[in-house]
Design a protein around this ligand. Structure first.
Ligand code: NDP
Ligand code: N5H
Length: 257
């Protein structure tokens, strides 16, 4: 079995900084020899991501601005990628957003706008991006998204994001069914809590991490690198028989009742 991703090209969406899960994915793919394409929200994030990517030795990365709420931006981005590199072999979707006020208190208080915003950025974006990216996967391909246990069961404060993740999980399965006939697989990784920019400022995050350390089967939290390596598996031929699946990379926490 050849574990190398040499000669293969992957799009990584959602690197905000070195703590991002997307950055863990990028590093695992880079170590396996892949060529990387990064997308970022707007020009505010262009320099930070370019500086970060410059630390990947020998990596000849490409960069595109892509706000996933903008249909034109999504189709323009993948049209440009097609022109610049031709075929891609996979894509990592590591994007989510909800208003801060909707990530505390009670879900019943969620506004219509807050609900739609969270679903637009965190769930519909996978559909839009998959539709634009799949035609570039002419040798077959693999798409991976990032989800969380709060989409499967009620987790305190996750609220509207839990409902958006349930939509993301179902979207992933319907996409897997549609795109399978074109040789494109679609899967999700359900990551355990990791301290990232998104998690910053969220009350009680320390106690969430402490509970995992006390109760998860492995008695510890997980890292960006561990999510990255599972994404590498899902984005490579090692997982060629797997689609429509959610892999929990959470030290086993989800099996607890
Ligand atoms: P980060 O804050 O590092 O990443 C979130 C990313 O979403 C940022 O890069 C941000 O881009 C991007 N984003 C937000 N809105 C848009 C938009 N309109 N268009 C394009 N990009 C956008 O956090 P994480 O690494 O934690 O999050 C990555 C994924 O992992 C998310 O789906 C999250 O729900 C999931 N996850 C995280 C867990 C955790 O504990 N951290 C646990 C389980 C799942 P920019 O920086 O340019 O604003
Ligand atoms: C149960 C929990 C803790 C409570 C809920 C956390 C939900 C987090 C997800 C979203 C994506 C966070 C979010 O949208 C934050 C924004 O309102 C403010 N932050 C930003 O705008 C920063 C600058 C940018 C970079 O962030 C984004 N997203 O663009 C869940 C935790 C135990 C696990 C967790 C943290 C899950 C998850 O999905 O991220």
């Amino acid at each position: 079995m050849n574990f190398s991703l040499e000669g293969r090209t992957y799009v990584v969406m959602g690197v905000a900084n070195k703590r991002s899960i997307a950055w863990g994915v990028a590093r695992s793919l880079h170590e396996a020899g892949a060529r990387l394409i990064f997308t970022y929200l707007n020009d505010r994030f262009e320099k930070p991501i370019k500086d970060l990517a410059a630390t990947l030795e020998g990596q000849d990365a490409l960069f595109y601005e892509c706000d996933v709420t903008n249909d034109q931006a999504v189709s323009d981005t993948f049209a440009q990628i097609k022109e610049d590199v031709g075929t891609i072999h996979g894509l990592a979707h590591c994007i989510a957003f909800a208003n801060k006020e909707d990530l505390q208190g009670e879900f019943v208080d969620t506004s219509r706008d807050g609900f739609l915003l969270a679903h637009n950025i965190s769930a519909y974006s996978l559909v839009a991006v998959s539709k634009a990216a799949a035609p570039l996967m002419t040798d077959g391909g693999s798409i991976v998204t990032l989800t969380y246990l709060g989409g499967e069961r009620v987790v305190k404060n996750y609220n509207v994001m839990g409902v958006a993740k349930a939509s993301l999980d179902a979207s992933m399965k319907y996409l897997a069914n549609d795109l399978g006939k074109h040789g494109v697989r679609v899967n999700a990784i359900s990551a355990g809590p990791i301290r990232t920019l998104s998690a910053k400022g969220i009350g009680d995050f320390n106690s969430v991490l402490k509970k995992i350390e006390e109760e998860a089967p492995l008695r510890r939290t997980i890292t960006q690198e561990e999510v990255g390596d599972s994404a590498y598996y899902l984005l490579s031929n090692l997982s060629r028989g797997v689609t429509g699946e959610i892999i929990h990379v959470d030290a086993g926490y989800n099996i607890l009742g």
